[in-house]
Design a protein around this ligand. Structure first.
Ligand code: PBE
Length: 268
């Protein structure tokens, strides 16, 4: 047993391939390293794109790799992957993605807030957009295609919202595949309604700070209650939570199914 475990650690140089340091999953993983006694392990900082590049490289050669992973994400469509069990519950249960706005946005841009408030889709919807982008379709084109093919759903989001004439609105997001997809779709819908939309790509901390100080108008990238709990607490009262736009997301440690481990405890 012990030798198998040591073999897993050695096979990946005791490295967990992480993403951008501001991501909630990075904080959760630092806690997992502590709670599971994995002091021999290192969490590597990088980005969502660097993580998927490393995953692709390992997967093609059927080599071992451990990543910080989340659902929905195209990697689960393209690769055969599994979450490591988390008996201590460090990564929380299923959660939701919330739409947040700066305080006062509803007074300034009520029609945009109507759409943001009514925006709601499924993990499958988001995956469709993510996979198109991963397969080479430009982000805006993938979003436009999804909007065109899902007119009924989009009509529910825009119901009761009046057209505007070039009002400016900024949507803040982080370069996570999931949020690239959702933000581009929302930007397309708001653009079609007459808004002049700016998509502002930020790290997670500056995103929350930007919503709180009013320099950004809205974001559809708030994972709650666990992943972004620290940010939500830090900026409490300084943003509006419009509720969830998707249910049933998940974060954790993820490995290719061909790896012979099943639990985070197997890393000890
Ligand atoms: N993620 C994707 C983010 C939220 C969305 C899981 C990488 C995070 O960990 O903060």
């Amino acid at each position: 047993e012990e030798s198998t475990t040591a073999a897993v650690g050695e096979s990946v140089d005791y490295e967990i391939i992480g993403i951008d340091p501001g991501a909630g999953i990075m904080k959760a993983t630092a806690k997992a390293i502590e709670d599971y006694g994995l002091e021999d392990w290192t969490l590597i900082e990088g980005s969502g794109a660097a993580m998927t590049a490393a995953l692709k490289k390992a997967y093609d050669k059927e080599e071992p790799i451990i990543i910080t992973g989340w659902t929905p994400h195209w990697k689960f469509v393209k690769f055969d992957l599994k979450y490591l069990e988390d008996p201590k519950g460090v990564y929380g249960d299923e959660e939701n993605i919330h739409t947040i706005t700066r305080n006062g946005l509803v007074e300034d841009h009520p029609n945009a807030v109507k759409v943001l408030d009514q925006f709601h889709w499924t993990a499958d919807d988001m995956s469709t957009v993510m996979v198109m982008i991963e397969e080479g379709t430009k982000e805006e084109e993938a979003a436009a295609k999804w909007v065109e093919e899902n007119a009924e759903k989009v009509a529910e989001w825009t119901a009761g919202a009046e057209k505007v004439d070039g009002d400016k609105i900024t949507l803040a997001y982080v370069a996570w595949a999931s949020e690239i997809a959702s933000t581009n779709v929302l930007a397309k819908v708001l653009t079609d309604l007459g808004y002049d939309v700016t998509m502002t790509q930020l790290e997670a901390g500056p995103l929350w700070a930007g919503i709180a100080d009013g320099s950004a108008d809205a974001s559809v990238a708030a994972w709650l209650p666990v992943t972004h709990a620290d940010y939500a607490a830090e900026f409490e009262g300084k943003f509006e939570d419009l509720g969830s736009n998707m249910e049933g997301t998940r974060i954790g440690l993820v490995v290719p199914s061909y790896m012979d481990i099943n639990s985070i405890e197997d890393l000890k």
